[in-house]
Design a protein around this ligand. Structure first.
Ligand code: KIV
Ligand code: ZN
Length: 514
């Protein structure tokens, strides 16, 4: 039997994913995610869009200096200054790539760029040539390719390969394509572009019609050699193709597609949890592969079948993607060594300092909660990895509430200099606590979303509160955990306040892409 063809996985969680509203990450978080992507063994990490802001440049540079086993890419428009910034940002990477893009569809040419076809070709070719001065590994994307005239696409793809592009990425920028049609487009390019064998054909699909993964797989079937995707399908609007779905489809249906990837699939679940933790963008319960219900069997007939033979209703094993067993693991008498072993079994690797901090929080939790489950430990790790600079810390919270009482919250917060206490009333204890926090910190946030769920079973389970807030036109997400749901709510709000206070771009608008 011949070896399956290897498809390259280009992860753009830190660029397209991070552009998703409310999902911006700080430098520390981006580095944590990049390290996780390296242990997941993605081939290429698109680390950001260096021209967008000094913070983006710094993040791409730091990732380029840290990551050794993946190619690190920086994105640029076909504009001289952009390409220069991207080239400089990835300069120190062990393996570096500059990714340039220029829109090609009629609607983008006419209304966005106001340029004729010849000018688009010229700009694209020039930017590819410029990028070649920084690295041999240059990718070009004709933005909105799926709505571009096919003959023009053939022309521009031929020209950029001639100019030195080693990867040509075909984006379905607005998620408009149908799988059969998108597969035909890739086949058409492979047949009509005379120098196509000098470049890898890549695809980048958005999920506006829920077809991003289907379109990516149709393209792989038609000969695409690289798929661009994001953890949890994060990305502009409805998101990008989900890495975990693409990878597990290729693995599970290798018999049909005859392709595979280099991904260590047992790191998929920890990567999903980490990205959900740092962005505060939780995965829906029934999300394929990584959702809470992805491996849950509710119907009696299904449970009966699985008990008789797992494969009757399961096409993948939870352990294939690193889902922890969910059994009771540790209690208040467990030591640091037991915790370390469990953390490693869950797919995380923590430094001694990080482990010390998680251990301290674990002990505090074990005091409040009899049984500590894998999900609790994961949440502690997520919080540790995603920790936002604590401008304000929650020292104490006391609330009074009841059907006939005016809800009141007394909150004590401290910063590096002082501690402050204030009390406020509200519609309920959470509203009152939020009011007291706003008064002390001077940061007033508009709450746009609030979700509460129990992290595990049991009456003493930790409550997980995820919120989305808006501040000066920018959205932020945050998460709080506690066995007390009012405290979890207050913690989430304080994380959001701290995010606002440490936001690197201070509300400056960034050039965006999708
Ligand atoms: O969706 C898109 O077209 C993009 C390009 C920059 C590749 O994100
Ligand atoms: Zn995109």
């Amino acid at each position: 039997m011949s070896e399956p063809t290897r498809v390259l996985i280009f992860d753009t969680t830190l660029r397209d994913g991070e552009q998703s509203p409310g999902c911006s990450m700080n430098l520390k978080e981006k580095l944590e995610v990049a390290r996780m992507l390296e242990s997941l063994r993605v081939d290429i990490i698109e680390a950001g869009f260096p021209i967008a802001s000094p913070g983006d440049f710094e993040a791409v540079q730091a990732i380029a200096e840290t990551i050794r086993n993946c190619t690190v890419a920086g994105l640029a428009r076909s504009i001289e200054k952009d390409v220069e910034r991207a080239g400089e940002a990835v300069a120190k990477a062990e393996h570096k790539r500059v990714h340039v893009f220029c829109a090609t569809s009629e609607i983008h040419r006419t209304y966005k760029l106001k340029r004729a076809k010849e000018e688009i070709v010229r700009m694209s070719v020039e930017s590819v040539r410029q990028a070649k001065q920084y690295t041999d590994d240059v990718e070009f994307s004709p933005e909105d390719a799926s709505r571009t005239e096919w003959d023009f696409l053939v022309e521009i793809v031929t020209a950029v390969i001639e100019a030195g592009a080693t990867t040509v990425n075909i984006p379905d920028t607005v998620g408009y394509a149908m799988p059969a049609e998108f597969g035909d487009l890739i086949r058409h390019l492979r047949a009509k572009v005379p120098n196509v064998d000098k470049a890898v054909i890549s695809v980048h699909c958005h999920n506006d019609l829920g077809l991003a993964v289907a379109n990516s797989l149709a393209a792989v079937r038609a000969g695409a050699g690289q798929v661009e995707c994001t953890i949890n399908g994060l990305g502009e609007r409805a998101g990008n193709a989900a890495l975990e779905e693409v990878v597990m489809a290729l693995k599970t249906r290798r018999d049909f597609l005859d392709t595979d990837t280099n991904i260590d699939t047992t790191k998929i679940y920890p990567a999903s949890r980490l990205v959900a933790g740092v962005t505060g963008s939780q995965v829906q319960r029934n999300k394929a592969i990584v959702g809470d219900n992805a491996f849950a069997h509710e119907a009696g007939v299904h449970q009966d079948g699985v008990l008789k033979r797992r494969e009757t209703y399961e096409i993948m094993k939870p352990s294939d993607i690193g889902i922890p067993s969910g059994r009771l693991v540790l209690g208040k008498h467990s030591g640091r060594h037991a915790l370390k072993e469990r953390v490693e079994a869950l797919g995380f690797s923590l430094s001694n300092e990080q482990l010390d901090e998680v251990f301290e929080k674990f002990k505090a939790l074990a005091d409040r909660k009899k049984e500590v489950f894998d999900a609790d430990i994961e949440a502690l790790i997520d919080q540790q990895m995603a920790s936002v600079t604590e401008v304000w810390r929650l020292d104490a919270l006391q609330t009074i509430a009841g059907s006939n009482a005016v809800a009141t919250a007394t909150v004590t917060l401290s910063n590096d200099e002082q501690s402050f206490t204030d009390a406020a009333t509200g519609d309920g204890p959470i509203d009152a606590a939020y009011e007291a926090i706003s008064r002390i910190t001077g940061v007033r946030l508009a709450l746009t979303d609030f979700a509460l769920r129990a992290l595990t079973g049991g009456k003493d389970a930790q409550g997980e509160v995820t919120i989305e807030v808006e501040h000066e036109g920018r959205r932020y997400r945050a998460r709080g955990l506690s066995t007390d749901i009012v405290e979890a709510s207050a913690r989430a709000y304080l994380v959001a306040v701290n995010r606002v206070l440490t936001a690197t771009n201070g509300g400056q608008s960034k050039p965006t892409t999708s």
